[in-house]
Design a protein around this ligand. Sequence first.
Ligand code: ZN
Ligand code: ZN
Length: 621
Amino acid sequence: MFYKQIHDRSALDYSGNFNRTTYDTLRASVWIAVVQVPLSSVTSRLFLPFLGLHRQTMDAPHIGVMLVALSFLTTSDAVLPGNPKVIDMTYTFDDTTIYWPTAKSFRLTNVFRNYTAGGYWYEAAEMEAADHGGTHLDAPAHFSRNKWRTDDIPIERLMGPAVVVDISAKTTGNAEYEVTPQDFQDWENTHGRIPDGCLLFVKTGWGKYWPDKRQYLGTDTKNTSLLHFPGIHPDGARWLVQNRGMHAVGIDTASLDYGQSTTYESHQILFGANVPGFENVAHLDQLPTKGAIVYALPMKIGDGSGGPVRMIGVLGGTVGAAGTAKPMVGLMCFLAGLFFTLLPVALLFLTTSDAVLPGNPKVIDMTYTFDGTTIYWPTLKSFRLTNVFRNYTTGGFWFESSELEAAEHGGTHLDAPAHFSRNNWRTDDIPIERLMGPAVVVDISAKTTGNAEYMVTAQDFQDWENTHGRIPDGCLLFVKTGWGKYWPDKSQYLGTDTKNTSLLHFPGIHPDGARWLVQNRGMHAVGIDTASLDYGQSTTFEVHQILFGANVPGFENVAHLDQLPTKGAIVYALPMKIGDGSGGPLRMIGVLGGTVGAAGTAKPMVGLMCFLAGLFFTLLP
Ligand SMILES: [Zn+2]
Ligand SMILES: [Zn+2]
């Protein structure tokens, strides 16, 4: 069906060479010319007389304007200013990454980066760092005993509409400035109440100094008495937790408290109320005051007090929205409107279509916790969290922090193409837009039962398409082998709990299957619920070579695929942004049955304007 084809094609594909907006405008014009004009012309000729209406009551100009208005609505995701713009609010983790002066800095140690004896490229590294540094999460437990640790925070708390409180005018020439309750109230007087469930960001303007320690921290020494940068005043923090319901608070400095603080009162107040924090938030200058949706996905460290976070702001649209039911709802309302002349009512449904879609989203955490049980490749370094401090300080307040070390590849993680393909994308090279999209789940668990050697063929993908339609461009494709049920039992999940890789047994993708995918389909990435895209017995890792040779990233040890529908979820797969890395820990979520913070987007306003325009021209005598 033509209609369906149009909307299948509209699934996000950021990798296309030509401009999205041009494409969208073109698509909308074709849609109006080819489908809507003839359709409603025929419909009005056939049915208006039945309803006692003459063509004169709705003549060509009126119908024309309404058609345009309706086209805006039925394709509203496409004709709104482009598909979403995604802002990476994260600094890269490398030698220059700023840590607290007393904390362990980030270090990436190369394990191998060369051609193997087998003739293919391979690279992998190990990393170590404090859990607080770079763009990172402060879990409430960092300063508040028995409050949420990193992996305790409900996933829904880590996303929401962004509110940016810009106090950079007050910090100019005043590195000691602390944000007051009055600053938040002034913001509300201009922009309305700070909404429940938002992520509130304080923009001091300090981002412009990153990564120059002397300017950003006030010192490049380990002497914390020399720290100078703005922060949130304890009264400001108190006012927020007592009066507003934000999900979390972030700042573009190294600490929620100002540099000269020695008691970290704002930390204590926010975390005492179980409000997580984000520090060293990047690129706040690219975020509007309101209107972005932020996803802040930290590495899921078991028992951690914080951790590296990958944070994105999504602006001016909804990731994968064109693949949702809305266009179909729009078409139905449009037809119903013409039939029953209840156009105003139908249009009202459309203008609030986000609201009438089924409920708020369900968020599925597709990530395993990083702890002592996390499965790594037998030959690689496992995850280790080393406690640095976990007690009351001499100042009387609770404090805890840790250091982490691990191979890049283990647990739920990203394989950057460079892992097996020289000169292709490393971890921080991957365009952020490639790390999200509508999910497609290819379930081959029926074939892996009793057959740990099964490899997914091109035919398996084609069978899936025969039932569910073409694998859309820009999707994240997940292969569900059913192996997730064995996690974290190494003997069952890997086939062995030894370091002998010849004993590895688990299903994977067949090289022919991988080849068919990269030659025929435009998915953003491929994930699997086993330890490798190749099956356990592979020694040449051909599937890795094929996918990564085509710059298609991979996700391994993907969790909870059984909770994902075959189609319909939008997945955000946000890896730790390791500079020059070949992969890294990944926090991945599936969003189902709605749009995070959708009510806060501009779409309803566009819809309302179209509705009023349509109404005006309909009622025009
Ligand atoms: Zn911190
Ligand atoms: Zn890997």
